[in-house]
Write a protein that binds this ligand. Sequence first.
Ligand code: TXA
Ligand code: MG
Length: 330
Amino acid sequence: MSVSTEQELAQAVAMLRRGGLVVFPTETVYGLGADAERPAAVRRVYEIKGRPADHPLIVHIGEAAELPQWAREVPRPALELAAAFWPGPLTLVLKRSLRVPLLTTGGLDTVALRVPAHPLALELLRRFEGGIAAPSANRFGRVSPTRAEHVRADLGGGLDPATDTILDGGPCSVGVESTIVDLSGEVPILLRPGGVTSEAIESVLGRELARSVKPGTRAPGRLDQHYAPEARVELISREGLPTRTRELLAASERVAVLVHTPEEAALLPEGALMISLGEREELVANKLYGALRDADARASVILVTPPAPRGLGEAIADRLQKAAGSAALK
Ligand code: TXA
Ligand code: MG
């Protein structure tokens, strides 16, 4: 580890211990972190993010062996999933232990826990020796940050350099948030598709994940619009893309198209801004939020063909659906 990274980590730990906030990279997206056990620090996370206080945070921990400190029951499926996917983009919702303040869980009696895979995040957690409560480091309802500069653009003004810091760990490798599985009840429920595919989780569990969300459960999927840029996002089939692009250009819209292949790009009329996502799902996930941010800065309408909702495509399709809000698939 370089001397500057060493110093930044030491400073970040000191800031967390004094109740300050630390923005840190994870393999999914950047998190806005606070000591999970300090309500005053957690309250600032809600404020800076502009997030309603009944919307729970994920508590990041250093290793699966810490689970019994944070959850009052650790059922066998939790141990199996943790062994298979941690450190990694999976969050487990379990019954909360008394160590977790209610403010951190948005008043719920369950807690969301995850061991992130980014080396800087793991080193921060190891040195801090506590849990770090962190939502994605964006304004509530906006596109999640996958680079430190996204965080500076979104939240920079809310952070106080005297008490808070940003650890820059480069671009996030996965690019979409963690998969959230609720194991606090009788049946495992998928609350949010994410970086670990449902198929992989189901194969470890040996059963299917339930998809219906219990009333009262607070998960991002329950908001109609989330992960949304300012520009209007339209989901469209590959066949409909060239015609729709032409229509929008004719209506004097500034159009950005997120394209997957050169063949798709070749069919588009001149005048549209093209941003390449690539075709492999890992690549699309990795580029998605950056592409939405770029497109948002330069266009009034963003067109994109969502992938089939299988594998990592399930998370990508979910985020695109939310970015589009109630706009129907054309
Ligand atoms: O990849 C990720 O999960 C990133 C990185 C930073 O770890 N974090 C993240 O946090 O996406 P956030 O706050 O943007 O989304 C976490 C979601 C919340 O929207 C919340 O609804 C859900 O997790 N959640 C947290 N605790 C929960 C609980 N006890 N029960 C149900 N859902 C919960
Ligand atoms: Mg978020």
